[in-house]
Design a protein around this ligand. Structure first.
Ligand SMILES: [Mg+2]
Length: 284
């Protein structure tokens, strides 16, 4: 496949598990890739967090020659795809392309945050004042130095289970309104129509309409890479193959023949940021 654009999950895909920012070699590889094609970062994080954790590092690394193309090719899909942004080089800022709305007919967002904050308190808490559309819970280690990352993942699994129970009680048909995604370091409840698969479609539409690019009906020329493609993972919809060509660098490879993985010379899977780096470097 000759890819024309690429989309990346952030945590566990561009960063190593448990690391807040991408390594230097990943930053270099992404800047190189931006000289060839549009790149969309597709993350559960909100705009501010992405700017702090990723954009600042990328901008430090771009040289004057690379800068125009890098900025032209920079896109962000935050809050698990609920809001999309195009980077405006003149303003030096991200500009919103779209945002979906919270499904109030299911439950008011504030009310859900209150209920969930109480329900998950043994394992974590609602992250207030951060996200604009989605409802996000971090583990209780979110604001502290994380212990062994696997302990964090276990807490996120607990928060995920509790969240499903809460949603089922509100409405057994909750899945008609919201999706629940576990990123391993937190859990996101997002509008069903604003998940990461919708972001792929919107990215493809934007590139078609605004940059004259051509794609097939599934936007399969868009490479999508994530690490949480398992049922309940926050890349489940991102990598379900409805749009884009999906690659998983997560430990669990779902039983979905559409998802490809990255392998070394011995045929072993290469995971997380090492897998993504290998894949990005292999692109023509
Ligand atoms: Mg991830």
């Amino acid at each position: 496949m000759n890819f024309k654009a690429a989309m990346f999950d952030f945590d566990g895909t561009l960063t190593e598990k448990g690391h807040p920012t991408p390594a230097q070699e990943m930053v270099d590889a992404l800047v190189d890739l931006s000289q060839k094609m549009p790149i969309g970062f597709c993350t559960g994080r909100q705009l501010e967090s992405f700017k702090r954790r990723a954009l600042s590092k990328l901008l430090e690394e771009v040289n004057d020659e690379e800068r125009p193309k890098f900025m032209e090719n920079l896109y962000l899909f935050s809050e698990n795809g609920a809001i999309g942004y195009d980077f405006n080089p003149k303003l030096g800022e991200f500009e919103e392309i779209y945002r979906v709305e919270w499904p109030k007919e299911f439950i008011e967002r504030e009310k859900l945050r209150t209920i969930l904050n109480e329900a998950v308190k043994e394992y974590g808490e609602i992250l207030y004042n951060a996200h604009e559309i989605v409802v996000v819970m971090g583990t209780k280690f979110y604001y502290e130095d994380m212990p062994a990352i696997d302990e964090v993942y276990k807490l996120a699994d607990k928060i995920y289970e509790v969240t499903l129970d809460v949603l089922k009680k509100i409405n057994p048909n909750y899945a008609e309104y919201v999706h629940v995604g576990n990123s391993g370091i937190g859990v996101i409840v997002s509008p069903k129509n604003g998940d990461k698969d919708a972001a792929i479609e919107k990215f493809g539409q934007f590139l078609t309409q605004n940059r004259g690019m051509e794609f097939d009906a599934r936007y399969s020329e868009i490479l999508t890479v994530g690490d949480s493609a398992q049922v309940g993972g926050n890349d489940f919809y991102f990598l379900n193959g409805r749009f884009g060509t999906p690659y998983s660098v997560g430990e669990i490879l779902p039983d979905n023949s559409l998802i490809q993985s990255v392998k070394n010379a011995k045929g072993e899977r290469v995971l997380h940021s090492n897998g993504t780096l290998k894949l990005v470097r292999s692109l023509p």
